[in-house]
Design a protein around this ligand. Structure first.
Ligand code: IMP
Ligand code: MG
Length: 177
């Protein structure tokens, strides 16, 4: 099993804490979407682990799709320009859409995505984010379902990467410089 026991990594959120948070978020989503068939849209690649755990706690006839956006390249900071690299398979018109994201940093990616999806006229559009770095927001973002607030440090694990590495780690860790 993967772990953060490498010199430059420090665990800040354990797998047990993540499991508890996923259960809490799923309970909120189950309650709020009772009687509905939400379409969960995962933002690739970082959301894949969170999405896999979250959907298995949902007691709803959910559908799942993924979208891939780009803004980063290999940098640690967003370039500010977001593009859709891989779009959705089906229309979201009239659907109850819940975006599943790994982390909100500056908020630029997610506000682009909210605007992009809103134009397609979903019945409702909400955001579920595993982590948020509020001190870094450059645009206002409201998160409907939030797992954790994290400090202004680069975090990896549980789907989150640094240059495509560390996504497999079961805990969330900080990369120390
Ligand atoms: P934003 O547009 O600045 O909010 O950046 C959002 C995206 O940047 C996230 O979906 C992540 O893919 C990536 N990102 C931002 N901060 C981190 C981090 O600390 N670790 C890993 N990825 C990050
Ligand atoms: Mg992401």
């Amino acid at each position: 099993m993967g772990n953060c026991r490498q010199s430059q990594l420090k665990v800040i959120i354990t797998r047990q804490e993540i499991e508890n948070a996923v259960a809490r978020l799923a309970a909120e989503i189950n309650r709020d979407y009772a009687g509905k068939q939400p379409l969960l849209i995962g933002v690739l690649k970082g959301s894949f682990v969170f999405m896999a755990d979250l959907v298995r706690q949902l007691d709803l006839p959910v559908e799942v799709d993924f979208i891939r956006l780009s803004s980063y390249g290999a940098a640690r900071e967003t370039s500010g320009k977001v593009r859709v690299v891989q779009g959705l398979n089906k229309t979201i018109k009239g659907r109850d859409v819940l975006i599943v994201e790994d982390i909100v940093d500056t908020g630029i990616t997610i506000s682009f995505l909210l605007g992009y999806l809103r134009k397609q006229k979903p019945a409702s559009l909400r955001l579920c984010a595993l982590t948020d770095k509020p001190s870094r927001h450059r645009v206002p973002v409201s998160i409907d379902y939030l797992g954790f607030t994290v400090p202004d440090k680069f975090v990896v694990g549980y789907g989150l990467d640094y240059n495509e590495k560390f996504r497999h780690l079961p805990d969330i860790c900080v990369v120390e410089d």
